[in-house]
Design a protein around this ligand. Structure first.
Ligand SMILES: Nc1nc2c(c(=O)[nH]1)N[C@H]1C(S)=C(S)[C@@H](COP(=O)(O)O)O[C@H]1N2
Ligand SMILES: [Mo]
Length: 369
């Protein structure tokens, strides 16, 4: 099994997973912290969900592939003397960096998927920075090994090298082809076991999907009203939604919001952690609400929550999404008044957006001019 032909073939699959994972991760980062030049479309409405599904599930598939790949090469990782030349030392160091970064990315990503945060550093920043380290080390590794990789991929997988007679004769163990097949089947199996978090049809077979269960109103909950400390403020009869724009400030009670023209739209909630769910939302169009305070549709809009602390107590919606007719300040979901945990009295819901930016318990809507 410990053969360059096996290693190179598993490496191709691992490389494809890493490439998809890197590009979708980069997109996810840009959506959450958009530089001025970045444009993320509002259609299809599932675009963010697809991006994030590819990110999380290529990452999960990479775990057995990485283990299989390491199995095929690990004696080489401990060869002695540690280096023969400066070039050889640099090459080995780049592999050390690659393995360390890959382990860091796959393990922190998996724990994040599992909603377990045992670390004290900020996950998004660390995972993003390490993504560049991993992809950089991978490119160095590919550049250095390209001749070996191409040669290995060209030679038939079961072929033996000249003088390689210490390996067992054919028929006495699993073949190389079977080993590669097993690695791919394992990758497929872990995806099937987890992808039900975002593909409803696979919910029942995804035994390791933490979000396959339902929350209130048929939707999972990420942050509860209790943990956001909004239980009282969200139910306060004095609650008013403040809407601030170039033409002034207006405030609306829940009854006044309910009396405005209501729109009903089917939009998914797609969490960065890889779970997603479809839901039917009703409420006031953001474009119609902000037009009341002088918005023209060219402005970004900030949504500030009743929540006083925490990373996601507010979000900025780019103008493209704010003027989209599907974007709502939702008062209802799946035919019922929003549950306290889903953002009562009202929450933002927009197409093709990450869950973290679908702010719940909205207190203020600010048109940014
Ligand atoms: N104010 C506030 N809104 C928030 C959050 C939060 O922590 N605070 N979490 C977000 C995240 S991470 C997700 S995935 C969605 C989930 O919405 P749900 O809990 O209604 O399913 O809410 C978002 N809205
Ligand atoms: Mo989320």
């Amino acid at each position: 099994m410990r053969d360059r032909r096996v290693s190179a073939r598993i490496g191709v699959w691992l490389g494809v997973s890493f490439a998809i994972c890197f590009v979708t991760g980069l997109l996810s980062h840009l959506i959450q912290s958009p530089p001025g030049w970045f444009v993320w479309p509002t259609r299809p409405i599932d675009l963010y969900r697809i991006n994030q599904g590819l990110h999380v599930f290529t990452g999960i598939a990479a775990i057995p592939l990485l283990l299989a790949k390491l199995y095929t090469v690990y004696p080489k990782l401990f060869t002695w003397p540690p280096f023969r030349s400066i070039a050889h030392l640099l090459e080995r160091l780049s592999i050390l960096v690659l393995i360390a970064a890959a382990f860091f990315q796959l393990s922190t990503g998996l724990l994040n998927y599992a909603e377990w945060f045992p670390w004290s550093f900020g996950f998004p920043a660390a995972h993003y920075a390490m993504g560049w380290v991993a992809i950089g080390a991978l490119l160095v590794h590919l550049a250095v090994k390209l001749p070996v990789i191409l040669d290995a991929l060209r030679s038939p997988v079961e072929q033996r090298d000249a003088g390689e007679d210490d390996s067992p004769p054919p028929g006495t163990g699993p073949s190389r082809r079977a080993f590669i097949g097993a690695a791919l089947v394992s990758a497929g199996a872990v995806v099937v076991a987890t992808v039900g978090n975002t593909v409803p049809a696979l919910r029942r077979v995804s035994v390791l999907a933490p979000r396959s269960g339902d929350g209130p109103q048929g939707l999972p909950v990420n942050k509860t009203a209790l943990s956001a400390r909004v239980v009282e403020s969200a139910q306060d009869p004095a609650y008013r939604l403040e809407v601030v724009g170039p033409a002034g400030t207006r405030s609306f009670s829940v009854t006044e919001l309910e009396a405005m023209s209501q729109r009903t739209e089917s939009l998914p909630i797609a969490c960065v952690q890889g779970w997603s769910a479809d839901a039917v939302w009703s409420g006031v169009r953001v474009s119609e609400l902000t037009a009341l305070v002088g918005a023209t549709g060219e402005e970004d809009v900030r949504f500030v929550s009743l929540q006083q602390s925490g990373r996601y107590k507010q979000s900025v919606l780019p103008a493209r999404h704010a003027r989209d007719p599907l974007t709502l300040v939702a008062l209802r979901v799946n035919g019922e008044v929003l549950d306290l945990d889903h953002g009562y009295p009202c929450r933002l819901i927009a197409p093709s957006r990450p869950g973290v930016l679908q702010t719940k318990w909205v207190a203020r809507v600010e048109v940014l001019t």
